[in-house]
Design a protein around this ligand. Structure first.
Ligand code: ACO
Length: 402
């Protein structure tokens, strides 16, 4: 719905653009997205090339600094991140206070917000040195925060970071190793998770990124802005879709595995049920990330020897939907979330951790967008307008006369 309303006095014309479908709030040089043709590039580099040849840390450096790092730059970047992976011991007490069944996304956003109480030097976003150190701290600590949230949920002691390991290896070990037993890192799992993090690393002005920018536009610090982004990501129409897809596949399996019956429900809009992991505001053809992830799902499941019935259901749903007029006429294709959950599940993550993994991947994009906004000359506070639809004016009536 695009509509033009008029506000009185000096404000001029105000456009009403539901869901910001046609309104650009920012100029950005970070991510190029062509939804008609299914093209996604970070700083000009095609996502396919980065996923095939790059690493997540290289991609994070690229998004934040604008160029791929040299060997020395990458090693310095990795070295800095490695020095900041530990959480302050007092942070552990936050986890003591959370109920054991708390959703890890709630723990993630709360602890990230709380980091600004430990690093009060982060409060001035115009200090370049502070921006840099806050960036390094966040990139280094988010995997530790995420792994602690998982350990809390299963009642296990936390595992401290090991800085001789790579970014993804360290996270997997903190998540899955148990006391007195060395955790065997599987190169298939490490490679696949690294690739998935690259594919999630940025996606221009989506809901969570716009949230990071909007909060940051008030000159709130980086931790506060990223914490808000994590909360925006949590919803099932955004990053929470990866959890919702798996739950949907499980429901279909429990009901006898009938993909057609489920699609009928979706098409009849019964109880507002949607085919989760399908559709995208911007992509009107295949999501290029979904193509890569679908292939990775096959590879990872067969390399790990997992024969997941849910993958068969997902393939059936996709095949049927892509030849069904309801989905075709609305340009509904699988998005990034349709197959990710199956990979995460094969790796051993519970469904509640899926969106946390998305947040780990999206972090460099959020940070890069926050930096770009803060550094933009003349950048203004984000402040949408509205079309007022309430009563124009009325007189107060004392309570006993109403
Ligand atoms: N299943 C069934 N129908 C759908 C779906 C879906 N997944 N998505 C959209 N539609 C239908 C709508 O019912 C609507 O039909 P109508 O014209 O008959 O009313 C039409 O397609 C347009 O839908 P909108 O909701 O207007 O599309 P919008 O661009 O606002 O929404 C969104 C995009 C939120 C991604 C939507 O497609 C959706 O809900 N998908 C499922 C959730 C999901 O997978 N989210 C992850 C997105 S990717 C990401 O954030 C990482």
């Amino acid at each position: 719905g695009f509509e033009i309303g008029k506000l009185r006095a000096q404000t001029g014309l105000v456009t009403l653009d539901s869901g910001y479908g046609n309104t650009a709030a920012y100029k950005s040089a970070i991510t190029y997205l062509d939804g008609e043709q299914g093209i996604l590039r970070y700083r000009g580099y095609p996502i396919e090339q980065l996923a095939e040849h790059g690493t997540f840390l290289e991609t994070a450096y690229l998004l934040i600094n604008g160029e791929l790092p040299t060997v020395d730059q990458l090693s310095a970047f990795r070295g800095q991140i490695t020095q900041h992976t530990l959480l302050h011991e007092d942070v552990k007490r936050f986890y003591d206070g959370f109920p054991r069944d708390a959703h890890p996304m709630a723990m993630l956003s709360s602890v990230v917000s709380a980091l600004s109480t430990f690093y009060q030097d982060s409060h001035n976003p115009f200090d370049e040195a502070q921006r840099h150190i806050s960036t390094i701290r966040l990139l280094a600590k988010l995997p530790t925060i995420a792994a602690y949230a998982y350990k809390k949920s299963i009642g296990h002691p936390v595992v401290y970071p090991r800085n001789d390991l790579g970014y993804v290896e360290n996270f997997l070990r903190m998540t899955f190793s148990v006391p007195a037993e060395e955790y065997d890192l599987d190169p298939v799992v490490v490679g696949a998770l690294d690739k998935l993090l690259i594919l999630h690393a940025d996606h221009e002005q989506n809901c969570s990124t716009s949230t990071v920018r909007l909060v940051g536009s008030s000159q709130a610090n980086l931790f506060a802005s990223i914490s808000a982004g994590i909360n925006a990501l949590w919803g099932p129409l955004h990053g929470g879709a990866n959890q919702a897809v798996l739950e949907m596949l499980e429901q279909i399996r429990e009901a006898g595995g009938n993909a057609d019956a489920f699609l009928e429900k979706v098409k009849n809009k019964e109880d507002g049920v949607r085919l989760m992991g399908f559709g995208h505001r911007v992509y009107k053809s295949f999501d290029p990330r979904a193509k890569i992830i679908k292939a990775a799902a096959h590879d990872v499941l067969s390399a790990l020897g997992k024969n997941d019935e849910l993958l068969d259901i997902a393939l059936r749903l996709e095949e049927r939907a892509l030849s069904d007029d309801y989905f075709v006429s609305r340009n509904l294709y699988p998005n990034v979330d349709f197959y990710t959950g199956l990979i995460y599940r094969a790796m051993g993550f519970p469904t509640t951790m899926f969106t946390v993994l998305f947040a780990l991947g999206r972090l460099p994009g959020w940070i890069a967008q926050w930096h770009e906004m803060i550094k933009e000359p003349g950048s203004r506070i984000g402040r949408p307008r509205q079309i007022y639809t309430g009563v124009v004016e009325r007189d107060y009536i004392p309570v006993e006369q109403r």
